[in-house]
Design a protein around this ligand. Structure first.
Ligand SMILES: O=C(O)CCC(=O)c1ccccc1C(=O)O
Ligand SMILES: [Mg+2]
Length: 352
């Protein structure tokens, strides 16, 4: 268990033992190095400093047109709690751990101050691709959503070709929507790709597709929504692992998972606000081995963000801490209450 309530004289930090504080991999940027680790905040503490925001999107993404998120402050900065609304409490509590890490512990020591980022292209018509790519100045890699329900392989081919005319390296993300046979057919039709992310739903299907094609396979949901991220490696199911801070339980958890996986990793956002993005960029910046563009440019999809967005310059974003602006686009009272209740339930599961 990662988090526990401090009890009696055996005060245990939710962030590990005092030994961890001497480990260079877990030094903090925002607290003095020899300060004691903070203890687990209560749900009331988190709610007291929190804001629930509702961010309109420029283009629907995964069916989302308005992204809701909760952000809260701690001694190390701001943290985000924004599991997708359909996620249950057991899964969402991991996301809460990540937000608490950001606000109460801060980021791990960076190894670089910039991170190369991909343009993210939703499942739009080919004619609308140029307008999307223009939001990502200097991008040399683009990730294109494919296999969206209600669309055809011809739509995907047209969209990918339109992107390839503008950006040299193209990867696609099917979000598990193809069967093995459909994936093999689509990969043949889509031409040269850096990789195909989550072509099918299960780890076994990914392994089967990987054996059948020469295009590299990336795993996202098979890691993000799995209790055993290592299964992908054991099954030989992927060449690349897509890792996200919130669903893995934080920046340090992401670094630990990356260290164990015998493959390239890409850090990606979960449609994070600038607060969550700050943690994603920090995690990417702290990875000893990073060879591919990360999916951390999605701030460009919001009409408004909670702070100055992580804007792409020359194909990269810069590591920095984030504090929200004063005039936040707040959610309704009813939605705010829904997020408070959700945070309380997830917090109870976390401190168990
Ligand atoms: O990786 C990117 O370019 C952007 C992030 C992204 O695609 C995403 C964002 C929210 C939820 C799921 C996904 C996904 O990778 O499937
Ligand atoms: Mg994905």
């Amino acid at each position: 268990m990662v988090f526990s309530q401090p009890t009696g004289k055996n005060k245990q930090s939710p962030f590990g033992t005092s030994d961890d504080r001497r480990d260079p991999k877990t030094t903090f940027r925002l607290r003095p190095k020899d300060a004691p680790p903070p203890s687990m905040p209560t749900a009331d503490d988190l709610i007291a400093s929190s804001r629930v925001v509702s961010l309109p999107m420029r283009t629907a993404f995964r069916g989302i047109t308005v992204r809701e998120a909760m952000i809260f402050a701690g001694p190390a900065g701001w943290g985000e709690f924004a599991p997708f609304t359909e996620y249950d409490d057991a899964e969402s509590r991991i996301w809460l751990a990540a937000g608490i890490e950001a606000a109460f512990l801060g980021a791990p020591e960076p190894l670089r101050d910039e991170v190369d980022v991909n343009a993210t292209v939703p499942a739009v018509a080919a004619a609308d691709v140029a307008e999307i790519i223009a939001r990502y100045p200097g991008a040399t890699t683009a990730k294109v959503k494919v296999a969206e329900s209600g669309q055809t392989l011809a739509d995907d081919v047209a969209r990918v070709e339109a992107v390839r005319d503008l950006v040299p390296t193209v990867r696609v993300d099917a979000n598990g929507n193809w069967s093995v046979a459909e994936a093999i057919e689509a990969i043949a039709a889509l031409g040269d790709l850096e990789y195909v992310e989550q072509p099918c739903r299960t780890v076994d299907e990914l392994a089967e597709v990987r054996r059948a094609v020469s295009t590299p396979i990336a795993a996202d949901e098979s890691i993000r929504r799995s209790t055993d991220p290592m299964r992908v490696a054991k099954a030989g199911a992927a060449d690349v692992a897509v890792l996200k801070v919130a669903p893995l339980g934080g920046m340090r958890a992401l670094l630990a998972t990356a260290a164990k996986l015998p493959m390239d990793v890409v850090v990606s956002s979960a449609l994070d606000t600038a607060v969550g993005m700050s943690a994603g960029v920090a995690a990417a910046a702290a990875l000893p081995n990073l060879h591919r563009a990360c999916g951390l440019g999605t701030g460009a999809m919001f009409v408004r963000d909670v702070a100055e967005p992580f804007a792409m310059v020359d194909g990269a974003v810069t590591v920095r801490d984030v504090a929200p602006t004063a005039d936040l686009p707040l959610a309704s009272a009813e939605r705010t209450q829904w997020w408070h209740d959700r945070l309380r339930r997830c917090h109870a599961l976390l401190v168990g």
